[in-house]
Write a protein that binds this ligand. Structure first.
Ligand code: DMJ
Length: 634
């Protein structure tokens, strides 16, 4: 496929320019707000004014308290810093969040106006610095707009209101309350991010991963993995100050000219993907230049006899190799780097990136050894054949193969039929071979097949599937994909709430025999939680497409449980060993980069009612939650 020119990309436009539809300009918002205000009944207007008044009164003591707190320091932090632990005081966060007006007044609220930025991309320089310069003006406006928005956005309020908890009051009042609630939840995500970032900044700045308990860091590739993975999250959450300091580090410290072995897949999805999406969101070519640098340094991985890439590349020496013990690569790894390399070709007009990853897809498409479209877990880099055949899973080592079939098809404008065929066939394969119901409650789950033997084992990783199925249905694929998505979403949520901490283990086993007393069992070795994103990722898709409030409520519970059991007082969050022991979840002393790159980003987007905040008709998320543009049709 001939990659479109750079200019074609810049001409991506978003509905509404010059027409009567969506346009996020200040003038439009002012006019529209006033029009909507005038359309409200007198009763609705009075209710809103009373609510504003009550919030104003209620906020007075909290604001003065905050101001006192700012001058006094934080004794809690000082006490806990002597011996870090998973915060018992985070239990406080079980309480409903404070109304916005009672919280610390942040000067960086609300997401940046992404669509606006993209619409004006050709005219404006779009630097963050510029955004910063106009901050003071925006601040006041955004406060007001968030209130007006509560009224303006009523048609985005959800069906969930019908069955939700706010049965009293007028429909308009209910919608106001829902908007305020989700604004508070977004703010809680911002707080969580700031807390995670504080730990990273204090103890791991510029390193790959925070070790929050030992107040140190872990190195994997030595490339500031967490910082790069988190760049676009900060942009989307509107954390401009944090974004600026991270950007400075990228500009002044980040170098890929290092004698280090990196994993092709992990560095593609986290680093290349993170840099490309940050370039798209900000328009800052610093990130594109860095993306080109790492992308070209990863290319030696494809120099293999079969053109199926090796797992590891030395980005300084330009050499690549498989793991020491095998010449195999993982199927998910070699088939989940395509979105990023295809986009790199489109942006640079250099076809070699796209050609290399397309060759992998072409070969895998033709390979023997699939079962109804389901793929084995390994592929040999010498002969290009599947190895260790006979085991089929939607979990580790195969998961994102399925995700990227659909997402490449969407990215490329739904023209590449082989990708769609392989995806549809694979979903039929899941239904025919891997789908079962648990006992006693009939939860639908995706198990595994090993040489014809079914195992009722499901990785938490499989919880990407409800979101992917929903995305497919949204793009015109069969409606029963959405039915299945909803059933699996329920199961993934049950994997959380049936645990004593309310957090999912890494792997569960479902009971299938009649007479079972519980649906879900967890083996001792599988009780850990790594702060993974897949369930909240799927909740985000399901909420976007259905507007059913329950998905937001579920996400809120999960965030509260992360705060309760994984938050470390001195900064950061930690993975834990035992989701079944609320008294001692046994912290592991590691904050994975995807907690900032994915988990918190998806939670924030889940709590947003703005479908244009990373529109799913304009962006496709890579498997590390980095949004990349859907290519324009021309
Ligand atoms: C992330 O790196 C990606 O989401 C990947 O697809 C799977 N593993 C982690 C998150 O769980």
């Amino acid at each position: 496929m001939h990659p479109p020119s750079r200019q074609d990309y810049i001409s991506i436009n978003f509905a509404g320019q010059g027409s009567g539809s969506y346009n996020n300009s200040k003038q439009w918002r002012r006019q529209s707000c006033w029009r909507k205000w005038k359309q409200l009944s007198r009763l609705q207007r009075s209710l809103i004014l009373i609510l504003l008044f009550i919030c104003g009164i209620a906020s007075y003591p909290a604001v003065t308290e905050q101001l006192r707190g700012l001058t006094d320091g934080d004794p809690e932090t000082e006490r806990n810093s002597v011996f870090p632990h998973v915060l018992p005081e985070a239990v406080k966060q079980d309480h409903p969040p404070l109304p916005t007006s009672q919280r610390k007044l942040s000067n960086k609220r609300g997401p940046p106006i992404l669509q606006n930025r993209l619409q004006k991309k050709e005219n404006a320089s779009n630097t963050v610095v510029e955004d910063k310069a106009s901050d003071s003006k925006k601040e006041g406006e955004e406060e007001v707009i968030s209130w007006r928005g509560a009224v303006i956005d009523t048609d985005q309020a959800t069906e969930g209101t019908k069955d939700g908890e706010n049965k009293e009051g007028s429909p308009a009042n209910q919608k106001v309350q829902l908007s305020v609630k989700s604004a508070n939840w977004r703010e809680a995500v911002q707080e969580a991010f700031r807390h995670a970032w504080k730990g990273y900044k204090d103890f791991a700045w510029g390193h790959d991963e925070l070790r929050p308990l030992s107040k140190s860091y872990g190195e994997w590739f030595g490339l500031g993995l967490t910082l790069i993975d988190a760049l676009d999250t900060m942009w989307i959450l509107g954390l401009k100050e944090e974004f600026e300091e991270a950007k400075t580090w990228v500009a002044t410290e980040l170098t890929f000219n290092k004698n280090v072995d990196v994993n092709l897949f992990e560095s593609t999805i986290r680093i290349l993907g993170g840099l490309l999406s940050t370039y798209h969101l900000t328009g800052d070519t610093l990130f594109l230049d860095k993306a080109k640098d790492i992308g070209s340094r990863l290319m030696p991985a494809f120099n293999t006899p079969s053109k199926i890439p090796y797992s590891d590349v030395n980005i300084g020496k330009g050499t690549a190799h498989p793991p020491r013990w095998t010449s195999d690569s993982t199927v998910a790894e070699v088939t989940s780097i395509q979105l990023e390399f295809r986009e790199l070709s489109r942006l640079t007009q250099e076809p070699q990136y796209q050609a290399a990853v397309a060759e992998v897809m072409k070969q895998v498409h033709k390979l023997d050894g699939k079962l109804d479209g389901l793929v084995p877990m390994f592929i040999n880099t010498n002969n290009g054949q599947f190895t260790h055949q006979g085991i089929y899973t939607l979990g580790a080592r195969a998961d994102s193969y399925y995700e990227y079939l659909l997402k490449q098809w969407i990215q490329g404008g739904k023209k590449e039929n082989e990708l769609l065929e392989d995806y549809l066939q694979a979903i039929e394969g899941v239904k025919n071979n891997l789908l079962q119901k648990s006992s006693p409650n009939g939860l639908t789950f995706v198990g595994e097949l090993s040489h014809g033997q079914f195992s009722p084992k499901m990785d938490h990783l499989v919880c990407f599937l409800p979101g992917t199925l929903a995305l497919g249905a949204h793009n015109g694929l069969p409606a029963d994909h959405m039915d299945l998505a909803k059933q699996l979403m329920e199961t993934c949520y049950q994997m959380y709430i049936q645990m004593e901490t309310g957090l999912s283990p890494e792997i569960v086993h479902f009971n299938m025999h009649q007479g079972s007393t519980r649906d879900i069992e967890v083996k001792l070795a599988d009780r850990h939680n790594l702060l993974r994103p897949e369930t909240v990722e799927s909740l985000f898709y399901l909420y976007r497409f259905t507007k059913d409030q329950k998905y937001q409520e579920w996400g809120w519970k999960i965030l509260q449980n992360f705060n309760k059991y994984t938050k470390v007082s001195s900064g950061g969050y930690t993975s834990i060993n035992n989701v079944r022991d609320p008294d001692y979840p046994s912290p592991r002393d590691k904050m994975e980069s995807f907690f900032l790159g994915e988990t918190l980003k998806y939670l924030y987007l889940l709590f947003s009612d703005d479908p244009n905040l990373i529109s799913l008709d304009q962006y496709v998320f890579n498997t590390e939650a980095h949004p990349l543009p859907i290519w324009p049709s021309n």
